[in-house]
Design a protein around this ligand. Structure first.
Ligand code: PMP
Length: 415
């Protein structure tokens, strides 16, 4: 506890905010921006933007293929970024760390490559009821082709996966478990380590959707023992169109390439093509070189602050805001798990989330409204959507107060 206080006291949020020029603006000409849509995408620090700029101004060339100086330099920078991502996730080898366009891209890669090789008619892919569409639809597409099916694991009223139900659903027909580490809508931190251990007792691999965990939690793929782990650069203060897929070498060796093209081949003839070694087998075509390198800068940035300290700061905001919101009449928080990250989804009485979001926006407060790409979850709670405030490393208690002020205004106008 003492440590937590120390961590919090030494956290200089005002200083960190100076790294994010976008936060300095006013919206609609008068309200200082309060950015609480970090779950959708976080803002970028100067360190990340400047890395990209420097790369394009001074270092750009295509990678892996050139003998010339610039190409080798760009290749080295890109591979250094891969090593940073390996360390960030504590992956054993860089060859198990694939650059992707983001979490969606990573999950599609696994769904297609693993699915086409290992799924058969009648098989089952287990996902939780709280999954993002990105961890449902790719599985549905491949299952439909094969005659397999996607089956949801139920959740309780608090928004936690029903672990008893999960245990009872594991069986010989299940070929994959795909769950998120942190729910983008509820904030629930799922006990993925235990879930993975249980799946492995049945010989079933597990993919973890880490889109929402990467900016908040320390990821250790070896400790989790997951088979695949997908993250997005843009949610962790890095560039859009970047991401990482970790995959255990045994799986990446076993499954076919996702896309064909340059870079992923060893030799090509019209009779037969052989594939490149890992990780290049899964990286067809010229990648987002600048983005990958800048993702490395985002990882450096997070490490320079410390994910533990970021989590302590965000937890403070979560507790402070939750407590205050619950004092508002008619307030209903969707997602009350015991273990939560800094996401608060709520509804106020019968007020439509869109109306609430619009008023908040007019006051300069950026929140998200709607189903948050989790329609099955909305159906589970029988609601049309929620208002979602999601905090990042640069948010403050003063901003939480602005949100509360906005909520009171909403109640006054619509309540
Ligand atoms: N999974 C979760 C839990 C998410 O929150 C998101 C983004 N909202 C995604 C997957 C998809 O990530 P991306 O759009 O970066 O591919």
């Amino acid at each position: 506890m003492e440590d937590a206080v120390l961590i919090h006291e030494s956290y200089d949020v005002d200083r960190l905010r100076e790294d994010f020029p976008v936060l300095e603006q006013t919206v609609y000409g008068k309200y200082p921006l309060v950015y609480l849509d970090n779950g959708a995408s976080s803002q970028k620090p100067k360190q990340v933007v400047e890395t990209m700029e420097k790369y394009y101004y001074h270092h750009h060339a295509n990678i892996h293929r050139g003998v010339h100086y610039l190409s080798q330099e760009a290749t080295t920078q890109y591979e250094v970024a891969r090593d940073k991502a390996r360390d960030f996730m504590n992956a054993p080898h860089s060859r198990e760390v694939l650059f992707t366009k983001g979490t969606t891209d990573g999950i599609n890669l696994v769904a297609y490559s693993y699915g086409r090789k290992y799924l058969q008619e009648g098989d089952v892919v287990l996902v939780s009821t709280m999954e993002h569409h990105s961890n449902i639809v790719p599985w549905q597409i491949v299952c439909e082709e094969i005659g397999a099916k996607v089956v949801p694991i139920p959740i309780n009223e608090a928004g936690e996966i029903d672990q008893e139900a999960y245990a009872s659903m594991l069986g010989p027909k299940v070929r994959m478990v795909a769950v998120n580490h942190v729910s983008n809508t509820l904030g629930t931190i799922n006990p993925v380590k235990d879930m993975i251990a249980l799946a492995h007792q049945h010989g079933i691999p597990v993919l973890v959707d880490g889109a929402q965990s990467a900016p908040h939690l320390t990821i250790d793929v070896q400790d989790l023992d997951c088979d695949f782990y997908a993250i997005s650069g843009h949610k962790m203060y890095g560039p859009t169109g970047t991401g990482i897929l970790y995959g255990k070498e045994k799986w990446l060796d076993a499954i076919p390439p996702y896309q064909g093209g340059g870079e992923m081949i060893q030799t090509v003839t019209f009779e037969k093509t052989t594939y490149n070694e890992l990780p290049h087998k899964f990286e067809a075509g010229t990648p987002n070189i600048a983005g990958g390198i800048a993702l490395g800068a985002a990882i450096d940035y997070l490490n320079s602050i410390g994910l533990d300290r970021i989590a302590a700061h965000e937890n403070d905001l979560l507790e402070y805001t939750t407590k205050a919101l619950l004092e508002v009449e008619g307030m209903r928080i969707i997602g009350t798990a015991a273990n939560k990250a800094s996401v608060i989804s709520f509804l106020i009485g019968d007020i439509h989330p869109y109306d609430a979001g619009t008023i908040l926006d007019k006051m300069g407060i950026a929140v998200r409204t709607g189903h948050h790409c989790t329609e099955p979850l909305m159906n589970r709670f029988e609601i049309p959507g929620t208002v979602r405030a999601s905090f990042g490393l640069y948010n403050t208690r003063a901003e939480a107060d602005r949100l509360l002020e906005g909520v009171h205004k909403v109640v006054q106008l619509f309540g």
